[in-house]
Design a protein around this ligand. Structure first.
Ligand code: 6MZ
Length: 353
C-alpha cells in the first residue's frame, strides 16, 4: 500500500539523520532489548524478565529503583564475552541512530567466578571499539573510565591508576574519568584526592554533580577541581535549592552540562519535561549537550531526546542542529578529530535543510 508520511515520523527521520554527539552514556545502561534477550538466552537460570531491566514508556521509578535495575543488568553481563557483545551492539545502535562521535563510560568490574578482572574488562571494551572501527562503522568512539562513588576513595585511586595506564598505552581510546553511582550514597568530597590525581595526569573529568537536592557542599568542592564537564547538574541553581555561587562557578569556567531529559523525568528528579533545567541553562546561552544517560534502561534514543527537547521548548531544527554541532567542542577528543567532525557536520548540513 502507499506509504503515509505523518508529521511525527518525518521529525523522527530528521533527528535520526541529524549527525549527533553523545557524551553521557553509561555502557551497561545503554543495552537494548534485543541485546538483553541474547544475554537472557545465555543465562536462562537467572529468570530475569524484561521489566526488570528497563523502564518502559510512561513508567517512572524512584532514582533508587533505577539503581536496582543496574544490579539486574550487571548479573546478566559478567564475562568478557558478554562485555564484547554488549559494547559492540551498543556502539552499532548509536551509529544507527546517527551518532557520529560517542563517549562511552563504564565502571570496571571484576568477577571471581568468571575470571574477569577490571583490567580485562576495560581491555574488552577497547577491543569492541577497535572491532567496530575495523568493520567500518561511521562512528568515532572514546572511553571514560567510571568511578562509582559508592566504593570509596581506595577503589577510586585504583580505578584512576587503571585509567591512566590505559590512557598511556592504547592509541588514545581512553580519554577521561567519570564520577557516577548512586548520588545518595557516600560523599564526593572523600574522592577528591583520586579525582585530583586523574586531572593531574591528563585525564579529562566529567563529574555527576547535584543530581539530587541538598548537595551544595559536595558540588562546591567538586567544582573547585574544576571538572571539564558536568553530568546532570539538576540542582545547581538557587531556584531548586542550589546556590548562586555554584552557578557562578560553572559559568565562570564555562563548564558544559550533559543533560538527559528522559532519564531525569523517569528517575523523578525532574517533575516534568517542561520543568527540566535545560531551559534555565539554554536561556543563559551556557554550553549544554543533550544526552541519553542510559538509553536501554530508559528506553530512549539520542534522536528522541533531541526531538523531545525541540518539542518541549519550541526550539527550531536549526537551533537543534546548532546544539549538536557545538557539542563537538565539548568532547574530550583531540583537536584534529574535532576538526574532522566539524567538517562532517558542514558537509551534511545541506542534505537536511
Ligand atoms: C549516577 C549512574 C546513573 O558503569 O556498569 N549510572 N550514576 N546517576 C545515574 N542516573 C540515572 N545511571 C547510570 O553502567 C551502569 C552504572 O552507571 C552508573 C551507575 O554506577 C551504574 O551502576 P556501567 O557500564
Amino acid at each position: 500500500g502507499p506509504t503515509i508520511i505523518t508529521m511525527e515520523n518525518e521529525a523522527d527521520l530528521f533527528y535520526r539523520q541529524m549527525p549527533k554527539v553523545e557524551l553521557h552514556a553509561h555502557l551497561n545502561g545503554s543495552v537494548s532489548f534485543s541485546t538483553i534477550e541474547k544475554l537472557m538466552a545465555r543465562k536462562p537460570h537467572l529468570n530475569i524478565e524484561h521489566n526488570m531491566t528497563a523502564i518502559l514508556s510512561g513508567q517512572k521509578r524512584t532514582l533508587d529503583e533505577c539503581f536496582q535495575v543496574f544490579k539486574v543488568i550487571h548479573q546478566l553481563i559478567d564475562t568478557e564475552e558478554d562485555i564484547l557483545m554488549v559494547a559492540k551492539d551498543v556502539i552499532r545502535e548509536f551509529a544507527e541512530d546517527g551518532v557520529k562521535y560517542l563517549e562511552l563510560r563504564t565502571t570496571p568490574r571484576e568477577d571471581k567466578n568468571t575470571g574477569m578482572t577490571k583490567r580485562s574488562y576495560v581491555q574488552t571494551v577497547i577491543e569492541a571499539i577497535r572491532q567496530c572501527k575495523n568493520e567500518g562503522l561511521d562512528i568515532e568512539v572514546r572511553l571514560l573510565v567510571s568511578v562509582d562513588r559508592r566504593h570509596g576513595v581506595e577503589v577510586a585511586m585504583k580505578t584512576v591508576k587503571l585509567a591512566e595506564d590505559f590512557m598511556r598505552s592504547t592509541d588514545g581510546f581512553v580519554v577521561g574519568l567519570d564520577l557516577s553511582g548512586d548520588p545518595t550514597v557516600g560523599h564526593g568530597g572523600d574522592l577528591l584526592p583520586a579525582l585530583q590525581k586523574a586531572k593531574n595526569c591528563g585525564l579529562k573529568l566529567s563529574l555527576h554533580l547535584s543530581e539530587v537536592p541538598s548537595q551544595v557542599d559536595e558540588s562546591e568542592l567538586l567544582l573547585n577541581i574544576p571538572p571539564d564537564r558536568i553530568g546532570h547538574g539538576t540542582f545547581l541553581h538557587p531556584e531548586v535549592g542550589g546556590a548562586q555561587s555554584l552557578v557562578d562557578k560553572v559559568m565562570k569556567n564555562n563548564t558544559p552540562l550533559e543533560l538527559c531529559l528522559t532519564s531525569n523525568v523517569k528517575g523523578q528528579t525532574v517533575s516534568s519535561y517542561s520543568n527540566h533545567h535545560l531551559l534555565y541553562w539554554y536561556q543563559k546561552g551556557h554550553p549544554i549537550v543533550i544526552c541519553t544517560d542510559d538509553r536501554g534502561v530508559f528506553c530512549t534514543e539520542l534522536s528522541k531526546e533531541y526531538q523531545l527537547a525541540a518539542s518541549t521548548f519550541s526550539l527550531s531544527r536549526e537551533a537543534m542542529w546548532s546544539l549538536s554541532q557545538k557539542a563537538i567542542d565539548f568532547t574530550f577528543a583531540p583537536d584534529s578529530l574535532k576538526q574532522q567532525l566539524h567538517q562532517k557536520w558542514f558537509e551534511l548540513h545541506p542534505s537536511l535543510f
